[in-house]
Each structure stands twice: as C-alpha cells, then as structure tokens.
Design a protein around this ligand. Structure first.
Ligand code: T3D
Length: 265
C-alpha cells in the first residue's frame, strides 16, 4: 500500500495497520482529498494479506470534526453544486468498504468525533475511546439529518429512544458515558489510550482472521434478517469456517493444552 498520502499517516506494526486522519488544524475535518485517500487506503487494506486488523484514528487533539464546513461553504459560494446526496456517495463507499472488510476495523477515538466523523466511528466494528472523547451527532446543530450511516448504526448501538435524543439534541457524549450506553466498547484514561489501543488491535490481529470475516458477514446480515435466514446463513458460514487452518489449529491447541497460533487462514 502506498504511504505518501497528503492527509493520512499510515503505519504498520506487525499485522496491525493504523490509518491516522491528519488535518489537525481543523480537527481532521473531511475535505475531498482526505475522503478520497481514506477510501483508497481502506480498499487497499482489504486486499493486503499482511494486514489482519485496521485502526482508524485522528492526529492532534481529536478524531474528527465531520465534513469540512469551510471547504463546503467555499465550494457553494463559487460553483454550481450538485445535490449533496451525490457527494455523500463518496462517504457511502467508505462505510460499505468498512462493513465488508473481511477483517476487524477499530475506531480509536480521543477528543472530538463530530458529525460524519462520529458516524465513521460507528460504522467500524468496534470502538475504543479515551476518557477525553466527545461524541457529537452534530448534524441537527446545522439543520441536517445524521448521514454517513448514522441513521442505521446509531439506533442499533444505543437503542431507538437514545438515538433520537442524540440526533435531535446533538449534545456531547463523553467517553465514559459512551461506554455506559454502548456507543463504544471500552473507554480508557487518555494516558493509557495508545497502549490500550495497541493491545486491543494486536489481540484481534492474532485471531482467526478468515473466521472474523465470516463473523462480520453473519452479524451484518443479522441486522436485516429473520431468525430462519440467520440460522441458514450461520450453517453456510460455519461450513466455510470448519475448513480453515485456524479452526484445526484452535482444536489442536485445545487438545494439547497450549495457546492457539492463528495464521488468519
Ligand atoms: O457535503 C456533505 O457531504 C454534507 C455532509 C455533512 C456531514 C457532517 O459532518 S455535518 C457536521 C459538520 N461538523 C460540524 O458541524 C462540527 C463543527 N465544529 C464544531 O462544532 C466544533 O469545532 C467542535 C465541537 C467539533 C470542536 O470544538 P472545539 O471548541 O474543541 O474546537 P474549535 O475551536 O471549534 O475548532 C478548532 C479549529 O477547527 C477551528 O479553526 P480556527 O478557528 O482555530 O482556525 C475550527 O474552525 C476548525 N473546525 C472545527 N470543525 C470544523 C473546522 N473547520 C472546518 N470544518 C469543520 N467541521
């Protein structure tokens, strides 16, 4: 994967790829370049067998502040813009790529995660937050509805009533509160955030990666389907998982009373 992006920092530690959104002067607000680069990096990570877990995070004092409103205003004042739904397709490409990524994607959130940056975090498989995190469904503050998948993921994570509250009032949710309501998987003190993220990601990167992809497929589909369809899919996916080297290794490790060494195959 190329690493010479204008607004992304890319680093790989063993099988963990960290993608850092890097426009700290605007709290990592999305302009078109950063959005295009993030799409490219995520799609490249999906194809790269040396990557078994992806961490998305932000440089400077936050995760992200949503769409770059200054860039948006500048475009609006100078050119005839198309419908915003056309622009949103670039975000939808990103959300789809994360959901169909056959390996775990973690959002590591410190500081602010507002607007579509917040919803990018919600589209990831899991979220780890620092205790200084500030999640803001900021859309209603500027008269917009939650986009970037927020209308889909938010009620599924925190329940219908809480989702409506967060979307309508657009109040900040702190890291500890986000953990309490299920918006993030865990919240840690800021001083431990980097090491906790690393430990979390390395653990996932050493798991049965192929099976993790199947688990994602099962969970993705369960959000839409009835019990019978989910049970049918579970059987189909288990047939695949049953044939993986990691399944054989897991059983062998159990029988030999030793930790499993998963290779992702
Ligand atoms: O076209 C489409 O696709 C539409 C899609 C829209 C999706 C969306 O994401 S809509 C939501 C857009 N985001 C927002 O409405 C959030 C705007 N920002 C804020 O409300 C606040 O900045 C924060 C609550 C995020 C953080 O507050 P604070 O006090 O910690 O920081 P700050 O001082 O406000 O911001 C620091 C700098 O970042 C500041 O620049 P300056 O004045 O020092 O030169 C600020 O203007 C800049 N900044 C923050 N957010 C954005 C931004 N610049 C451009 N766009 C931003 N979204």
């Amino acid at each position: 994967m190329r690493t010479d992006f204008q607004h992304l920092l890319i680093s790989q530690d063993n099988s963990v790829l960290t993608i850092t959104m890097n426009r700290p002067e605007v709290l990592n607000a999305f302009n078109d370049t950063m959005l295009g680069e993030l799409n490219e990096a995520i799609e490249a990570a999906a194809q790269d067998d040396t990557v078994r877990c992806i961490v998305i995070t932000g440089a400077g004092r936050g995760f992200g502040s949503g769409q770059d409103l200054k860039a948006l205003a500048a475009v609006r004042s100078t050119t005839e813009t198309g419908k915003v739904s056309e622009h949103l397709q670039k975000y939808h490409r990103l959300i789809n790529a994360i959901r169909h990524m056959p390996k775990p994607v973690i959002a590591a959130v410190h500081g602010v995660a507002a607007g579509i940056s917040c919803n990018l975090a919600l589209a990831c498989d899991m979220r780890i937050a620092a205790d200084d995190a500030r999640f803001i469904e900021a859309f209603a503050r500027i008269g917009l509805v939650p986009d970037g998948g927020g209308g889909y993921f938010l009620p599924r994570l925190v329940g219908f009533g809480k989702a409506l509250e967060l979307a309508m009032l657009a109040d900040e949710v702190s890291g500890p509160e986000a953990e309490r309501i299920g918006l993030v998987n865990k919240c840690v003190p800021l001083t431990e955030f980097e090491s906790a993220t690393k430990t979390f990601a390395q653990r996932l990167a050493h798991g049965p990666t192929h099976t993790y992809g199947l688990i994602k497929e099962l969970m993705n589909k369960s959000l839409e389907s009835d019990l019978l369809s989910s049970l049918r899919l579970e059987g189909e996916l288990q047939d695949i998982a049953f044939e993986t080297a990691d399944h054989r290794e897991g059983v062998a490790a159990f029988l030999q009373k030793r930790p499993a060494r998963f290779t992702g195959r």
